[in-house]
Each structure stands twice: as structure tokens, then as C-alpha cells.
Design a protein around this ligand. Structure first.
Ligand SMILES: Cc1ncc(COP(=O)(O)O)c(C=O)c1O
Length: 391
């Protein structure tokens, strides 16, 4: 026990957990006792203030429709100011059931069937699906991998955005799975390219609060008001406070026309709302969760550093860089000599450990695996040993 509870191993099996109970659904039969280090949620309790707020709400016993109050929007706005030095007006903030539903609504509002939506793989797999499932075309501007440190291909981006068929850039900032926290200069360049080419920028900043010193997350829309008018920023307390099952997110949209177009699109799918527990949890998290977040980040940082040291010492053939943000480690296992599916097979069947296969994130991820670091240290150590013993 480390005093904050992060060392405590929690039983999550039998709770309809996607990560713990959903392995067979995704990978087929897995050996008994397999350790999941895939889906991006944490094996930690949420902050005590969040749990207490949900309990209090449950005790009320009446679970009618809710409407977020002005106080909620002020609370979100205050968090953005305190944590990210971004001054927003509460009126810019639009509630939604999740970041992916918000992205879908933005795509439908500001592009038509057959239009291109640009993404930068390797990237979070639902980015591909949300574009295709809305009958838009996935246009890839792959990240450039320089000795496992990634940067955006700005020349490629300019060429891609200059094509009038491509209406939207979907940016992942910080970037899942490569762990980059984009610098202000990079974001400024991206924002300007979008503005110059008339491309809408959707900035998915769900991992914004999960950044390690000395890096700082810069909200794309905080750079300048002219850029901000062309940006829909998607945020959520879900990753930070481990409440993704409560389905709550916000979009921050300074431009009135953009905001109204987006809201109309949300209305069309009736997803512009929150549920009663999500709202209570989000309010409590943003109001009282700051110090818990700091402790959590310190714990995950140690997990990150421990894992990097492990791979360097015990599996030097695995390529890895410390992520600047996110609790995800992006592992280059291409030197294993095995086909990518066989790496996954070995990890699961021999090692009894489940990571996300890199090819889910685009062809650029073939041969890689993504590992989730947000777990008690004892599980981390066990997972690392299992990864080693798989080969
Ligand atoms: C970049 C990114 N966007 C969106 C999501 C999911 O957001 P939501 O559950 O709010 O739809 C995730 C979850 O891992 C993510 O990594």
C-alpha cells in the first residue's frame, strides 16, 4: 500500500469490464489468468471525491433526466484555465456522451459523404472507423518515425489539405499510441495549414491531462483567436479520472456558427446530453480531482520509467521511447522475427498477457504492440515478466 491506493490490486473480473471480461470476445480463447494490458482504462479506483459524489447521487434514488447547469460549464472552464492555461468562456462548452460521438457529429456536420477526413497514423483505431462508418474517406498522412520518435509530416500535410476534397483534419493531441505531446510550434503550423486551406480542425485532446513534466499540453485552440475559430476541441474527464464507463465528454467551440452547426448535428443523434452519474462524477472530478491527478501521474511516471528500464535490460531487441504523455507504451517488436499476428499469439497463448496489436493502429503499426501502464506496480511487474517469457 503506498498511501494513495494505487498499489492496491482490484478484482475487475465479473464486472462487465471490456478490458478484463472482454478479451475472448476480441481475441478468441485466451488462457485462464491472462493479464489484460490493452483497453485504455486504469486498474485504479477513481478519486474518492468522485466515488462519494456518485454514492450521494445514488442515495437520492431519483434518476430523472439531467441538464448540465452553468456551474458545470464554469467548472470545466476553470479546469482548462488552471491545468492548461487556456481561457475559455463557459458558453463555448457543449456536452456530449463521449469524444467519439462528438467526433462523429462534427464529421457529419462539416463534411459530406465521399469527402476526405485526414488522420495521422499510427493512431487510435476508431479514428479509421468513425470516418468510414459515416461514408467519408480516410486520408492518411502518416507520422514520420525517426528512431522511434514521431513527428508530423508537415509537407505531406500541406499537400493533403490543399486537396479540396479533404474537409477535416482529425488531430490526436497528445497522440495515442505514440505518446507525443505536440509542441506549440507544431500545433501552430497545423492550425495555420488548416486555416489557409479551409480545412476544419478537430482536436481530440482526451489525453490532455496525462502529460509528464517537463512537457506541457498546449490546447490547439489556445494558440491564437484566429486559429481557435476553426477548431472543435474534444475533451473529457474520462481518461484522467478513470470514468470512461460513465460516458461523458465536452466539446469546446469558440466560433458561434461552428458551435451551432455542431449542436444541430448532436441533436440529430440525440447524443448531446449526459447521464446523471456521469454529470455528478465529472463535476466532482474537475472540482476536487487536481491533487489526485498529480499523484496518479507520479505513479504512472514511475511505471513508465520502470518499464523502459526493464525493456532496455531484459529485452534490448524491443524498441521503446518514454512517452511524453498518455499512459500507453508503444513497443517496436518488429525485431522478433515473427509475423505480427504471431507476436500477438505468443504474448497471449504463451505469455498470458494481452496488449493491443500495433496493426490495429494502421499498417504503420505492424510489428508493434501497445501496452497500458495504468495499473498497480505488482501487475506491471507481472506483465513485464510475462512479455519477456513469451519469447
Ligand atoms: C484519442 C482517443 N479519442 C477518443 C477515445 C474514446 O473516447 P470516448 O470513450 O469518450 O468516446 C479514446 C479512448 O481511448 C482515445 O484514446
Amino acid at each position: 500500500m503506498n498511501g494513495s491506493g494505487f498499489d492496491d490490486v482490484l478484482e475487475r473480473r465479473g464486472t462487465d469490464s471490456l478490458k478484463w471480461d472482454g478479451m475472448e470476445g476480441r481475441f478468441g480463447p485466451v488462457p485462464a489468468g491472462a493479464l489484460p494490458m490493452w483497453v485504455a482504462d486504469m486498474d485504479f479506483l477513481s478519486p474518492p471525491e468522485v466515488i462519494e459524489a456518485i454514492r450521494k447521487r445514488a442515495d437520492h434514488g431519483v434518476f430523472g433526466y439531467v441538464q448540465a447547469s452553468q456551474e458545470t460549464f464554469r467548472t470545466v472552464s476553470e479546469w482548462l484555465l488552471q491545468v492548461h492555461d487556456w481561457a475559455t468562456a463557459p458558453s463555448w462548452i457543449v456536452p456530449c456522451t463521449g469524444v467519439m460521438p462528438a467526433i462523429g457529429a462534427a464529421i457529419r456536420a462539416f463534411s459530406g459523404p465521399g469527402d476526405g477526413v485526414v488522420i495521422q497514423p499510427p493512431v487510435y483505431p476508431p479514428f479509421f472507423r468513425i470516418v468510414k462508418d459515416n461514408d467519408r474517406v480516410v486520408v492518411e498522412n502518416p507520422l514520420i518515425n525517426e528512431d522511434r520518435y514521431y513527428r508530423m509530416d508537415m509537407d505531406g500535410l500541406r499537400r493533403t489539405l490543399e486537396d479540396p476534397a479533404n474537409r477535416i483534419l482529425l488531430l490526436c493531441s497528445p497522440h495515442n499510441p505514440v505518446g507525443r505531446v505536440w509542441r506549440k510550434e507544431e500545433l501552430d503550423q497545423v492550425g495555420r495549414l488548416c486555416l489557409e486551406t479551409g480545412t476544419l480542425l478537430i482536436s481530440d485532446e482526451i489525453h490532455a491531462d496525462l502529460v509528464f513534466d517537463p512537457e506541457r499540453h498546449i490546447p490547439s485552440a489556445s494558440i491564437s483567436p484566429d486559429l481557435a475559430c476553426n477548431i472543435i476541441t474534444c475533451i473529457s474527464p474520462s481518461k484522467t479520472f478513470n470514468i470512461p464507463g460513465l460516458q461523458i465528454a465536452y466539446s469546446v467551440i469558440p466560433d458561434t456558427d461552428l458551435r451551432e452547426g455542431f449542436q444541430a448535428s448532436l441533436r440529430a443523434t440525440a447524443t448531446g446530453t449526459h447521464n446523471v452519474f456521469g454529470l455528478a462524477a465529472s463535476d466532482a472530478a474537475y472540482r476536487f480531482g487536481a491533487s489526485w491527478r498529480k499523484t496518479m501521474l507520479g505513479y504512472i511516471r514511475e511505471n513508465r520509467d520502470r518499464s523502459i528500464a526493464f525493456f532496455r535490460e531484459e529485452m534490448p531487441w524491443v524498441g521503446v521511447r518514454p512517452p511524453e504523455g498518455t499512459y500507453l507504451l508503444w513497443l517496436d517488436m518488429s525485431a522478433s522475427g515473427l509475423a505480427p499476428e504471431d507476436v500477438t499469439g505468443k504474448l497471449i497463448q504463451k505469455g498470458r498477457v494481452v496488449l493491443d496489436p500495433g496493426y490495429w493502429f494502421g499498417v504503420q503499426g505492424s510489428g508493434w504492440q501497445r501496452m497500458n501502464l495504468a495499473c498497480p506496480r505488482i501487475l506491471l511487474e507481472e506483465g513485464l515478466k510475462r512479455i519477456r517469457d513469451s519469447f
